[in-house]
Design a protein around this ligand. Sequence first.
Ligand SMILES: [Zn+2]
Length: 420
Amino acid sequence: MEQVKNLKCLLCGHEYGPDEVLYVCPNHGTEGILDVQYDYDLITSKFSRTDLKGKGESSLWRYKPLLPVKSNTPVPPLTVGWTPLYPAPRLAKTLGLEHLWVKDDCRQPTASFKDRASLIAIVKALEVNAEVITTASTGNAAAALSGLCASIGMPNVIFVPASAPEAKIAQLMVFGSTVLLIEGTYDDAFDLCLESAQVYGWYIRNTGYNPYMTEGKKTALYEIYEQLEWEGPDAIFVPVGDGCIIGGLHKGLKDLFALGWIKKMPRLIGVQASGSAAMYHAWKQEMDPVQIKPIKASTIADSMASGLPRDRIKAMRAVRETGGAFLAVTDEEILQAIPALARGCGVFAEPAGASSFAGLVKAVQTGLVRPEERIVILATGSGLKDIPAAMQTVGKPKRIRASLKAVEAALDDNLFLLKR
Ligand SMILES: [Zn+2]
């Protein structure tokens, strides 16, 4: 792992050797999130953009030289990453845009973006010979850890709020995790997970605590650039709960910039649910993210519910340093975005996953994007993870008797279905 130089505290700037600390800066406890720093000269001497051309590896491991893992550590066999980037011209047209793509991370092995981070967590756990791995999650990160652990038979303990959607809990149970449904919020689950891990000696995957989660998530950014043949977008719309995904994309940009693979940064636009919008409010008030106070988060987009975004420092930097913005969208706008996105390009996302599209709609209305700009939106989780939410917006299908007459009656108002 000689490509990793050190781990740098976001608060005090202290640098630690890669094997010196496991998670956070000892001077700052859970607040002292670390950033993994690379030796870009060394990477450049061994790996270039052209090495990716024709590379057979259809997973995020195609970027292994840019990841904080030892080359000889075994990796779980499930295919994570290298998800499609779909051009969405019809969807673009409905908004008066010319160039729009949808990055479809609903197609990961456990059907969410979080597989990218959980994969790295497991490899890091194996590197330190951990026997049990744990995480707190609103659902998707847990399902990701659970499924990837199942692929190698690794025991794991999951802390999720009891309010998590049933499909996500089903994933955990099917994969055979030890599941603890917490009577409380995600934030309660997070704290209890850390406390328990200290008592039992488990390896901790938590977002905004384990520094390597950002590194898994940054691979989506590499993919977007490679899939666009290095002609990057002008803006990327990202759902924001804890802020780790947007922080990860920013990290990916900084890597590519440092390597000289790209020359210009796109704007990163963080989309929050209005009932869980700590980052949005802090950004509007030009506040130092360290000063953000916890709020009571409430939104239908359960994967974005975070009263105190754990990766708030990285998320704020991502937006400020790229000249981006935060947006807040209502639950109603998020729900409407689910069928709009699905009908416009064929990608069925859960509420949080479709919120990036809700954010884009708002950005067009408020003039935050121009028609000719190249826009990417991230769909972060499958709609099948939260069927009740999706059903709220689309109504019920017609139920008829099994006869042609009933079909005729039912089709009355669909004039385009003409008889031969
Ligand atoms: Zn520190």
